[in-house]
Design a protein around this ligand. Sequence first.
Ligand code: AMP
Ligand code: MG
Length: 311
Amino acid sequence: MKTVYPFLCFAVLIAAPLKLLGQPAPVRWEYQHPQMGTLFRLVLYAADSVQASEAARAAFRRIDSLNAILSDYLPDSELSVLSDHSDWAEVSPALEQVLRKAQEIASQTDGAFDITIGPLSRLWRRASRQGIFPDSLELAAAREKVGYQNLLIQPDKPLVKLLLPGMRLDAGGIAKGFAVDEAMAVLRSHGLPVALVDGGGDLLAGEAPPGKEGWEIEVVGDTVLVVTNRAVATSGAAYRHLDWQGRRYSHIIGPKEGLGVLHGKQVTVVAPSCMLADALATALSVEPGLETRLKAIYQDSSFRMGQAGEK
Ligand code: AMP
Ligand code: MG
């Protein structure tokens, strides 16, 4: 037996480094997929191309399925069908999660964020397409149908009801953020936590890339943030708007006045989830004065306000 020991020690010593060498270093992979009116991008680190592409495909499938639930452009999405419904309706877990978060943020922002904005956002989309200010009677009629208090969700059941005829839900201010969070969850479930999911500027960074402190994200004013396990979302009038009689009206609408916001501020929110960052960025674009209140509620988040287009 004595003669066997030195051999065993030698074998163990060799086996350990061989095991390390046997695991190839993770490589950076990048994938893109158009959805929700933007380009989703995944950056991930994986040792194996098959694992990387399977995970990316599954993440994009999840984003596609969320679009089929949350889009207000598709007449047969779950959101659109719900908007057509006047009685209590049962909703899917994804829609329930988005609606509950939207209602929470609506009440924290006194309705600056309002997922029932649909009648007004339809009017403003058409206005910006045609380059014409919306008709005042149509604006007044649309305003009557907007108000988050008229969207009811039962506290302990996935049952939802829209109180007024003609109400329309529009998840455009929150859905991309949710899709980003869900895509990251898919990558994690495939064993790939070192990843970045970018939904056209609303993004979630996972674990830091090898040898780095975090993911480098450029935001307003050429600032570079280095983040891990944080979401960054930006909103503002710069992206889509109507220019009318010397004024620039944003695609983000003040629910009370029914008008596209005019101030042109760009807002970046850093938060633990992209759904939260997305919705808060939209709310702050409507009402920048909410910053102090939101800072007190979301102490683990941060807010940057700047002029749109600032360099
Ligand atoms: P975002 O780019 O995330 O700020 O979202 C803008 C989109 O959210 C718009 O294109 C509308 O679809 C929707 N939206 C506009 N105004 C509001 C609002 N006050 N509250 C919630 N969603 C809004
Ligand atoms: Mg948003």
